[in-house]
Design a protein around this ligand. Structure first.
Ligand code: ADP
Ligand code: MG
Length: 216
């Protein structure tokens, strides 16, 4: 596999994420039933079905030609189709990832790391959550840190994304003992302790799907 992410790679990534979310609707919904309103799996499944339906055809017919245009389409689709907190949050993440990439047809490890870092910044700005608040940020932050370390050491995409996927899973698992301070779960206070945050669960799937699409 070429050591770069192109527009076909973004399609493969989104197709893989959609398949995973669809397979794990019940898992994500169960996580959200414990500390929220039980809709996270359904929300993400609806959004990713819309992303897959829009993106593949747009790339095939040549209306989406760059990495930035593809990421932008993902973000716009999620913002407009996913209800609840997660839609605008994931949507903002992808829109920020797209920033500056409108003419870009290939991303290397540094470029992909920069894109994920922008996405994380966008999430932070939009949700105003800090690390440790028990949100999807707690899965994405260690993943971006791991990618940055790997990229700085000159790693290719495969080891960088392997490290990122592992870090995202560890970050997800580390949300269990946290007390939720943002979003719907924060209303439950102490009762959130002992449960994994649903958004960190879907975020770990997103990073795992990137590993599968770009890092094989
Ligand atoms: P809703 O909470 O509106 O039902 P979802 O169930 O789809 O939306 O998504 C819930 C997830 O969104 C949480 O598990 C958490 O990871 C994430 N989340 C909620 N609020 C914030 C926030 N302010 N910043 C970051 N992530 C958040
Ligand atoms: Mg919910």
């Amino acid at each position: 596999m070429a050591d770069a992410v192109d527009v076909a790679g973004i399609v493969a990534w989104m197709n893989g994420f959609q398949r995973r979310v669809h397979l794990e609707v019940t898992y994500l919904t169960d996580l959200d039933s414990a500390i929220g309103d039980g809709d996270h799996g359904v929300n993400m499944d609806r959004g990713m079905a819309a992303v897959v339906a829009a993106l593949g055809p747009a790339v095939a017919n040549g209306s989406v030609l760059t990495v930035g245009a593809a990421l932008h389409m993902v973000g716009m689709t999620l913002v407009s189709t996913v209800g609840g907190a997660a839609g605008p949050l994931y949507g903002t993440m992808f829109l920020r990832m797209a920033d500056g990439l409108a003419e870009t047809v290939q991303l290397d490890t540094d470029g992909l790391t920069d894109a994920f870092a922008r996405g994380l910044e966008g999430l932070r700005a939009r949700g105003r959550a800090l690390a440790g608040d028990k949100t999807m940020i707690d899965a994405l932050t260690p993943a971006v840190d791991a990618m940055r370390t790997a990229a700085t050491e000159g790693a290719t995409l495969a080891p960088a994304l392997a490290a990122a996927a592992q870090a995202a899973e560890a970050g997800r698992d580390a949300t269990a003992p946290m007390l939720a301070r943002k979003g719907r779960a924060s209303y439950l206070g102490e009762r959130t302790i002992g449960h994994i945050d649903p958004g960190s669960g879907s975020m770990a799937f997103l990073v795992a799907a990137a590993r599968e699409a770009f890092g094989a």
